[in-house]
Ligand binder design. Structure first.
Ligand code: 26W
Length: 808
């Protein structure tokens, strides 16, 4: 009986035998080879395509359901996505993980070897990029019609290696072997203008005469929901030279380089991800990337809108565009340009549509991370957009003057244009003015945004400001990363519904009192440490994994390590809690202070390793090239989670959530989402230390002198002196001096409180049962930090969208 699904196709098989058949046919027809002559790469590509087909089948039904529903869409604009490896996720979501491995074995293939060829697309720097990926996963799992838009960088975040302990960056040509998970869609290419000038035609209509034209070619990757048939997409744009960019006459004149010059120039736009995650580069190519992203994406969004709608006033009802930090803020003047210059709408209607359509998430508090672009550069690259921004500013400042008559300072602070010391466009101000909602990513962060960084705007538009505390995908960061703990939890809770309903973890609280459950919990952690294979599995695994930045204070962790080293050296006979301290993370290539800390960590690690009096009790490991894949290996093996940033600096953090969910206890400051984690898991199950935000701010404002702490704390002085005296392979002078003479992030001020808290950690660790109870309670009370809850908050408070079920 020939059954066909709604798409008129025979559904793909769900048995291992049928999967094997599909593997074979894909090997023959799509890979053009045979089992006998297939390379492992052939086998990998074939496996990927065979799994992808099952998701593509759902994708077609999703697209049909969405078309029929003509819903309100969420468009997520982000310059970064850290999607992680796709194979294991897509096998889990398509329910093929078991049958695929059986089928491969049937064909004499080694599943681990084949799966080992899956590549991680490193299209992001850190927190912001990974959050984007977790939110896309949750939107699909909650059946919310959504599309992610980004840039398909040829070269992702650099590969990190160490040479004599120093970070070395290597280009990451992630799709060198191709990428089986993407669907190129050249027919949806878009045209993007740069440079040139503007002209007014007879009836005053403005035209932009570009100086350069490039093409944006999209390819999309599937974003499957877990436990549902929804499959959304993330569309990534790649820059191409226009058809006519190859100069045949120059080529035939032997000027080969010149012949391709224009094409190469165009392709450079999406060539490489900027590796900065906190300091703006100010580079023109970065601004080109940002405009390229928003111009292609808005044209695609309008193409999709027109499929089912004609009336522009419907646009904000059918479309909400979330700006992931200021990087895609040019979307605001770009939509104004498209509506006014190309669609002929009048300014006020266009502005109403624009403000109702956009929302902005801010991910930082660091002033140097708030982007501003020099007016001359802006004028040269985007002349029409600068005109539009001037007009927006005019109307806006009139509103400010009306609301705060005579307050010239406020007008100067709120203007979209900084006048002194040089004229710059303030992207954060534009993002706030051109959107219907602004949110921070943790309660403290959102409060600080409204009371400091964006205070003027919060006083003008209090209702516009929201908080949406970050979240993480439980599928990626416990189900896939920690399968053994996941099955123990499912056993304890009597089912695995918790993966899509994380609050159900609360059911584990009772099991914290069950000795046999506790010992199995410990065994899982132990096995994960053995799997990681870095350091003695019996030791306390103390983990600090995140980008390197002085506000995150890896230097404080280092001072603690050196203090432990000195204590062990001074009292060799004493019993010590064996510790393995694991660092992982990259520093922006131009961020030299952070790179000095990396070098010093590796030097201290080497000295300790070589010291037989200390190495039995203390080990420092620093695996290179931290990314989603390495994080997924480290997080399940962690006992202690280091979240030690200066209070008021870490917007939220998401690593803190991943580690707590996997049963690590947190030692941390009252910063970002640490506060909410401590509230949820309980103060007894969290090691708190350090100054809170008001105290830190007060200390900074009342002439903080780091040297005072050095003078009055002998252990601190000993640790700092050992750095300054070059005790660690002569490395670290810069770090020592910057701490003693500058210490912008109050590292020395929090040292004593931190070391004392670490002593409490050692004490707590020795009561294994108690520690295990606290570990189970951390997991049990982490339900709130699911990205599903985060997306539900966005959907209810900012997007006002509803799920669309995808039928069979
Ligand atoms: C202009 C260069 C640049 C590039 C990236 C500046 C700032 C960024 C990102 C906003 C930095 C970032 O990743 N921020 C992190 O975002 C996470 C997700 O919300 C938060 O959890 C982290 O606290 C925050 O540091």
């Amino acid at each position: 009986m020939d059954v066909r699904n709604g798409m008129g196709l025979r559904p793909l098989g769900t048995s291992a035998a049928e999967f094997e058949q599909d593997l074979l046919s894909n090997l023959y027809y799509r890979r053009g080879t045979t089992v006998e002559s297939a390379s492992t790469q052939d086998a990998y590509e074939t496996l990927a395509l065979t799994v992808r087909d099952r998701l593509a089948e759902r994708r077609v039904r999703t697209a049909a359901a969405h078309y029929a529903a003509n819903p309100r869409w969420v468009y997520y604009l982000s310059a970064e996505y850290l999607l992680g490896k796709q194979l294991e996720q897509n096998m889990l979501y398509s329910g093929t993980d078991r049958i695929a491995r059986i089928a491969m074995k049937q064909l004499g293939l080694d599943p681990d070897e084949v799966e080992g060829l899956d590549v991680e697309p490193g299209l992001g720097n850190g927190g912001l990029g990974r959050l984007a990926a977790c939110l896309l996963d949750a939107m699909a799992t909650l059946d919310i019609p959504a599309v992610g838009y980004g840039i398909r960088y040829d070269l992702g975040i650099f590969k990190q290696t160490f040479k004599n302990g120093a970070q070395v960056e290597k280009p990451d040509d992630w799709s060198y072997q191709g990428n089986p998970w993407e669907f190129p869609a050249p027919d949806d290419r878009q045209t993007v203008f740069f440079y040139g000038h503007t002209e007014r035609d007879a009836n005053g209509k403005t035209c932009w005469i570009p100086g350069e034209v490039v093409l944006g070619e999209p390819s999309h990757m599937l974003v499957p929901g877990h436990g549902t048939d929804t499959v959304n997409i993330v569309r990534l744009w790649r820059a191409r030279g226009s058809e006519s960019s190859f100069d045949l006459s120059r080529f035939s004149a032997g000027q080969y380089a010149e012949a391709v010059d224009e094409a190469v120039h165009a392709e450079n736009i999406s060539k490489v991800l900027y590796p900065d995650d906190s300091t703006e580069s100010g580079r023109e190519l970065r601004l080109k990337q940002q405009y390229f992203l928003v111009s292609c994406s808005l044209r695609d969004i309008i193409r999709r809108f027109r499929l089912r709608n004609t009336d522009w006033s419907e646009f904000p009802k059918k479309t909400v565009i979330q700006l992931n930090d200021t990087h895609p803020t040019l979307a605001i003047p770009e939509l104004m340009r498209l509506l006014v210059d190309e669609e002929g709408l009048n300014w006020d209607l266009a502005w109403t549509i624009v403000r109702q359509t956009f929302a902005y998430t801010c991910h930082t508090l660091l002033p140097e991370a708030l982007e501003t672009w020099s007016v001359p550069m802006f004028e040269r690259l985007l002349p029409r957009h600068l005109e539009i921004i001037y007009t927006i500013n005019e109307h806006f400042l009139a509103e400010v003057r009306e609301a705060f008559p005579g307050d010239v300072d406020r007008v100067r602070r709120m203007s979209l244009i900084q006048e002194e010391p040089d004229r710059r466009v303030r992207m954060a101000n534009l993002a706030v003015v051109g959107t219907q909602a602004v949110n921070g990513v943790a309660e403290l962060h959102s409060e600080l945004l409204a009371s400091t960084t964006l205070r003027d705007f919060a006083e003008l538009w209090p209702a516009k400001f929201h908080n949406v505390t970050n979240g993480i995908s439980p599928r990626r960061f416990i189900k896939i990363a920690n399968p053994t703990l996941s099955s123990l939890i499912s056993e304890g809770l009597g089912g695995d519904e918790w993966i899509n309903d994380l609050d159900r973890l609360a059911g584990l609280e009772a099991l914290a009192d069950d000795e046999s459950f506790r010992s199995r919990w410990r065994a899982v952690k132990q096995a994960n440490k053995v799997r990681l294979g870095l350091g003695d599995p019996e030791s306390l695994t103390d983990v600090m994994i995140k980008r390197f930045h002085e506000y995150k204070r890896q230097q404080l962790k280092l001072l603690h390590i050196i203090t432990m080293y000195h204590r062990i050296k001074a009292n060799p006979g004493q019993a010590y809690v064996p510790r393995t301290v694991l660092f992982a993370g990259k520093a922006a290539p131009a961020y030299h202070a952070a790179k000095h800390v990396i070098r010093l960590i590796n030097a201290v690690a080497a000295v300790i390793d070589a010291d037989p009096a200390v190495s039995p009790y203390l080990k420092v490991v620093f695996p290179p090239n931290y990314n989603v894949t390495l994080g997924s290996l480290i997080i399940p093996a962690a006992d202690l989670s280091e979240q030690i940033s200066m209070a008021g600096k870490e917007a939220s953090g998401t690593g803190n959530m991943k580690l707590a969910l996997n049963g690590a206890l947190t030692i941390g400051t009252l910063d970002g989402a640490n506060i909410e984690i401590r509230d949820k898991v309980g103060a007894d199950n969290f090691f708190l230390f350090g100054l809170d935000t008001p105290a830190a701010t007060a200390l900074k404002n009342n002439g903080y002198r780091a040297r005072d702490h050095y003078d009055r704390d002998p252990e601190l002085r000993h640790a700092l002196d050992s750095i300054l005296d070059g005790k660690f392979l002569g490395i670290g002078r810069e770090v020592g001096e910057s701490l003693l003479n500058w210490d912008e992030y109050l590292t020395l001020a929090d040292y004593r409180s931190y070391v004392d808290a670490q002593d409490q950690v050692d004490a707590a660790w020795q009561d294994t049962d108690q520690w295990t109870r606290k570990s189970i309670l951390n997991t049990a009370r982490s339900g709130f930090f699911s990205a599903d809850r985060t997306v539900r908050d966005y959907a209810a408070g900012i997007w006002h969208v509803n799920p669309v079920k995808v039928g069979r």
